[in-house]
Every structure is written in C-alpha cells, then in structure tokens.
Design a binder for this molecule. Structure first.
Ligand code: SGN
Ligand code: CA
Length: 524
C-alpha cells in the first residue's frame, strides 16, 4: 500500500511500533518532521452555542477544558455552517460539499455511504478511523474502522448504541458513556501503529437538555439576563413570524422543562407530555431518585408561583438556561478527560484537536431556542483548533465554513484534495500562513420545511459586512447590514440606497450557485 504512513516509515528509515514513539521522532531532521503522521481528534457537540463557551463569551458559563484547546491554539471568530441542522451539517462535514451535492438536504434524508468522504480517503492514506457518539445520518457509517453510534438522536440516560452493527445498551449518562468509549478506543482498541482520526460526537446539549444527576444543583440560584432581542416582534421579517421555536409559545413545560409532576396537574402538548414522561421512565431507580430530589422542588415552587405572561416567559428562559448550562458542564468535564488522556500519553505533539458543534443555537435571542436560520446565532458555529507546531495563535477572523473541514484534514494528512470538494482547506490559517479561499462570500441553503419548528426554506450569501437571504418559496428577500445591525432586526431589502449592494450580493449569490452546481435555485 502506497500511503502516507508507509512513506513516513521510508523517509525516517525506522520501523514504527506505536504512536507512543512518535514524539521521539520529532528530534529528527526537519524534512522527516514534516512527514510525521498527524492524528486528528475531532470533537463535535450537538447544538452547542458559541455563547456558552467561555473562550467566546463569559456571560453564562466557564468552560475551562474546552478553552484549553483555544488557549494553545486558535479561536475562529467567523466560523459558519452550510445548512444549520444536524444530519445535513454532518454530511457537509464528512464530504466537504454543500447539501445538494452530498444528497443529505434535511434530517429525513439517508446518507449515501457509497460516496467519497474524508474518513475514507484518510483510511486509504493509512489512517485508523473511528466515529463514536451521535451519527444521525440514517445509513450505517462507512469509511470507519470502528464505529459505536447512538441510534438517531440517542438518549441522555442509559442509551443504546450500535457498535459495528450490533446493538448495545449501556447504563449511565450519555456524555460520560460516549467519552468512556472514546478513551477505550484510544487506549486499547485502535491499531497504534497507525495515525488515528477519531470523530467524537456528543449528543449533548441537544433538546431536551437533560443534565447528569451530579450537575442538577448547579446554576440553581443563577439568574441570566434576557437577551436584548427576547421580545423581538419580527417586524419586516415575514418568515420569522411563522416559526414555532419560541420559548414563550413552543417550549413545553413538561417535556422541555421537566415539570412532569407525579399527580399530573401540569399539562402541556399531549404528545410532548407523553414523551416527557417516557424519558423519565427510562431512568433507573437511582437516577430517578436524584432527578426527583431536584425537580420535585422546582415543580412545587413553580406551582406555588402561579406565573403567567411575561413572568412565565422569564421563568421558562431561566429554567432552559440552567439545564442547558448543566449539560455543558458535563461536556466540558468530559472534554477535559480526553485532553488529559492525550497529555498523559504523549499525544499532544502529534494530534490536531478540533472542537466544534453541528451548528449554533439560540439562547433566547429573538425569543428562540433551536437553530435552522441563516441568522447569525444559528449560522455560526464554534470552532477551536490546536495544531501542534502551528504558528497561529489567538483569533482567526477569516470566514470559514464546515465544508472546509474535510479538505483541511486531507491536506494535513498529505492527501491531495479531490477537485469535486467544494470547501477550501484552512490549514494555512492554523499554521499562521496566508489564506486564499476559493470563494467570495459564503453560500447557505436550508431545506427542511414544513417541520417541527416551521422555518421556511431559504438560501443566501454572506460577506464580511452584509447578508442577503431569499425565502424562495414565498419570493421574500431580506438584506442586513451586519456592521450597523448586528442583531439583524432591520431588513433593508428594497430600501432606497441599497440598490448597489443588493445587486452586488445577488451577483455573488449566482456565482456561488454556479460554482457549487445549484443553478436550479438561481432567482429569475
Ligand atoms: C428533534 C427536536 C427538534 C430539533 C430536531 C433537529 N425535537 O426533532 O427540536 O429541531 O431534533 O435537531 S425533540 O422533541 O426530538 O427534541 S438536530 O440538531 O438533530 O438537527
Ligand atoms: Ca444539532
């Protein structure tokens, strides 16, 4: 096999017996140093907002372990997805292509595992590959030497996984269990004679934000400021008026906020209420006892308060944030366990570490939870990266997108990036070098309507200063001046004086649609 790993052995003229010997080799000549296989650890959480990572924002929480990645690496301040929802985002990441080209446009799709993905190309290059945790692409993983995935969204408590084709139910809390599986693979199961690429995908902090029992009392006394746009009236933004993701109207008391009282006096949407109670019943006796000790008191206080209107909205927001942040605390702790493992086993000097999410998430901005929109909070996604020897430190301000991950990993591994990949390797940015992306602006396309949260299909283009969105099924456009309207409250499409910028953005949009082969959506 003529692969990168074999080449490395030849250049160095040594027989590698295990990953542990790799740091020793860094004392060899610079030429050989360049050829060392770099491991890839890609940690992706589901729905983790950049607002709740202290490397980005300290308003809500401290995440010391996730921050460790940025402290010795880089923080991307303009990182975006191509389609802000789980399955599609994952498919973009694996293929380096926009949704229409990889075929996975919305969460009801099934991923065509026969197509080219970066893990497959890494395998051909001699990498040992694994995916552990949330997968969400319906078909079985391909291109992985090892996979141990949650079914669909997976459960927070006592989840069932599919391990290389076999169902295995495991006791415990999903974030801990997923981390245990990753550590087992890293320490005992992988072939240590090969460089590895591990995709560690936590289901947390996806809805319904169920904390680990040990974190239930955290943030109990915290009160978070309501976002400035919490009571947004969506004036000038017709599409936003029809959504169903508002904390006031759509966040369910029993299902989302865990007010499943034993005498069933609190009622909510019947289907959701039933789900809420089912989730509770999946727990074992010990877990239920810890849950009850916490939520029974919350339920009692809630009943006594008799809240309604804005007071109820504010209460829901606090409860949502507390649970979400408890779940993040567990994620951060578990990220720490993995980083500790790398440190203790001499893997920090030859592993690229990436931390990201499958998209951004609303922490009450515009009054919302969930994602999907091309608006900033959900179009953006956190991205922290630590490349050993990388000269870049601090902030990277260039606009990158999740279609760029695949070519970045391929370039790092010494694989020639196939021409049909849409994304552009940002490895130069990690190294502190000049970067010339293959595009002028970012292209976005969201396809899932109608669905649970009723977000209209839309596509658009974003530049460093402006955003143009087209809700093409309704013929509605939105234009935002991002420098002067950071919350995107003022749709200036069609306003006098915007003719030139609108024409420019429409031109850019068409260029991108042609570049990526989605001409059928070019607006007439
Ligand atoms: C589930 C959630 C939705 C969420 C989608 C997509 N409902 O259907 O709130 O938008 O997943 O999320 S739930 O009642 O099942 O929690 S995604 O991140 O997987 O795309
Ligand atoms: Ca998600």
């Amino acid at each position: 096999m003529n692969n990168f790993y074999d080449k490395t052995k030849k250049v160095i003229g040594l027989s590698l017996t295990g990953a542990a010997v790799l740091p020793m080799l860094t004392s060899c000549a610079d030429e050989a140093k360049k050829e060392l296989p770099m491991n890839i650890l890609y940690i992706m959480c589901d729905d983790h907002s950049y607002q709740t990572i202290s490397a980005y924002d300290t308003t809500f929480i401290r995440t010391p372990n996730i921050d460790r990645i940025a402290a010795d690496g880089v923080r991307f301040t303009n990182s975006f997805v191509a389609n802000s929802i789980s399955g599609p985002s994952r498919a973009c990441m694996l293929t380096g292509k926009h949704s229409h080209a990889n075929g996975f446009t919305d969460n009801s799709s099934s991923f065509d595992g026969g197509q080219q993905t970066f893990p497959k190309l890494l395998q051909q290059q001699g990498y040992e590959t694994a995916v552990i945790g949330k997968w969400h692409l319906t078909s079985e993983p391909t291109g992985f030497d090892h996979w141990d995935i949650l079914i669909g969204q997976g459960d927070y408590y006592n989840p069932t996984f599919i391990r290389n084709g076999e169902k295995v139910q495991r006791d415990g809390y999903a974030t801990n269990v997923t981390t245990d599986l990753a550590l087992e693979w890293l320490s005992a199961e992988r072939n240590k004679e090969k460089p590895f690429c591990l995709l560690l995908h936590h289901k947390a902090p996806h809805r319904t934000w169920m904390p680990d029992t040990c974190d239930l009392e955290l943030f109990a006394d915290s009160n978070f400021p309501l976002p400035e746009t919490f009571y947004d009236n969506y004036e000038g933004r017709e599409a936003a008026k029809g959504q169903r993701m508002s904390i006031s109207n759509d966040m369910d008391l029993v299902y989302d906020l865990k007010l499943a009282d034993k005498d069933s006096t609190i009622h909510s949407r019947p289907d959701l209420e039933e789900w809420g109670r089912r989730i509770y019943n999946n727990m074992n006796t010990e877990q239920k006892a810890a849950w009850d000790a916490h939520y029974d008191i919350v339920i009692e206080k809630f009943k006594q308060a008799g809240l309604s209107g804005k007071e109820l909205d504010a209460w829901k927001y606090q409860q949502y944030m507390r649970d979400y942040l408890r779940v993040i605390t567990s994620v951060d702790r578990n990220v720490g366990r993995v980083l500790d493992y790398l440190e203790e086993n001499g893997l920090m000097d030859n592993t690229l570490i990436v931390y990201t999410s499958d998209q951004g998430f609303y922490m009450g901005e515009h009054g919302w939870f969930d994602k999907r929109w091309m608006y900033e909070e959900s179009f953006r996604t956190p991205l922290l990266a630590r490349l050993p020897g990388g000269k870049a430190k601090g902030d990277v301000v260039e606009m990158v997108q999740n279609i760029d991950y695949a070519p970045t990993f391929l370039e790092l591994a010494g694989v020639e990036v196939p021409e049909d990949i849409h994304g552009c390797s940002f490895l130069p940015l990690l190294k502190g070098e000049e970067w010339e992306p293959n595009r002028d602006g970012l292209y976005y396309h969201y396809y899932e309507y109608p669905d649970e949260h009723a977000v209209k299909r839309h596509l658009g283009v974003r530049t460093a200063t402006h955003k143009l969105i087209h809700y093409y099924e309704d013929g509605v456009w939105e234009l935002f001046d991002l420098e002067n309207d950071k919350h995107e409250l003022n749709n200036i499409y069609g306003h006098p004086g915007t003719e030139e910028i609108t024409a420019l953005l429409k031109e850019k949009l068409v260029v991108l649609q042609k570049q990526y082969g989605e001409e059928e959506f070019i607006a007439q």
